[in-house]
Design a protein around this ligand. Sequence first.
Ligand SMILES: [Zn+2]
Length: 344
Amino acid sequence: MTTTTPIATHYEQFLHLLTRETSDAPPGRDAPRARYGERVDTAGVPHAIVMNRDAWILNQIDLTLALGRLLGEDDVVVSAVPYELSFVGAEMDRVIELVGASVISVGTSRTICPMPRLLGLIEQYQVTALVCAPGFAAELASLARTRGQRPQDSTVRTVVCVGEPCSTERLDRVGAVWAATTATLYGTPTTPTAAVPCERGALHLCEQRLRAEVDGHPRGELFLDGSPTGELVELRSAGRGCDCGAASRVLVPLGSMSAALPGPDAPVSAVDVERIVFRHAGLTPHFACTVQDGAFHVVCAVAEAESPAGGALRRVIRGEIGDALGVAAEVTVVDAKDWSTATS
Ligand SMILES: [Zn+2]
């Protein structure tokens, strides 16, 4: 599975589209519409999103430039991100093709391509990169283990995490189980590419086309082009968030506002909880955290060989979360192989 299409041809087509649109109609309300998607609010109500062609292509170009540093023409990439009624799946397909790599789109429904089938595809086509949620990468690795495979010996050498916020601590754990280089991307349902990683791994805002503000310092709800996103983030000035030299600010995703709890100084998110949890070396990269009755309910997992931890570990982690973050937490520690039953 190698591609021989010159990447330049795709760029030329993109540039043609962009030039034509800017000459025919100014960007904004009257610009030609390219794509329909939906976002679901915290009450579960879907809302329509229509993206114009300029925005759609510019999102893809920013993502292509970022992924071009991580992937190349020899890569075979599995894209396990949402496709239906969202932008991210279609964008990912185009970007992987623009980079010159090959793509296997499996989505997230797990109906046509459930995880066991995906493991087969990885082996058959020597997949070198996964684009998926960090939880998906963790679950896939533990399924491989239960089938007697060793994910660290697979052909996968890059894992790009999207779709859920992930601390560097958990990301390192994902990288370790796959023996892979990791990176994260950040977007919202309305803006699929809002921040991209630099070579140091920090997420830098795409400030040349987005106006971003936060209603707190440095942590609060993210506003993009004046609209609230419902997303909790930290925005740090470039010099303070990363020393790579890029001029754009660094964005630290912290999940949705509704999944955060009020803390002593600022909202506390599941990502803060992750940083505490993953200080413990024996844990696998599985992690689930929800808010119920004013407390975080955390589920984490140990590998089978290290199971005796149980109740003691649970109490230690609960105490550490309370001490470090000033919020209440209930903690459950399960065996990694029981993960799906424990969290469904
Ligand atoms: Zn940087």
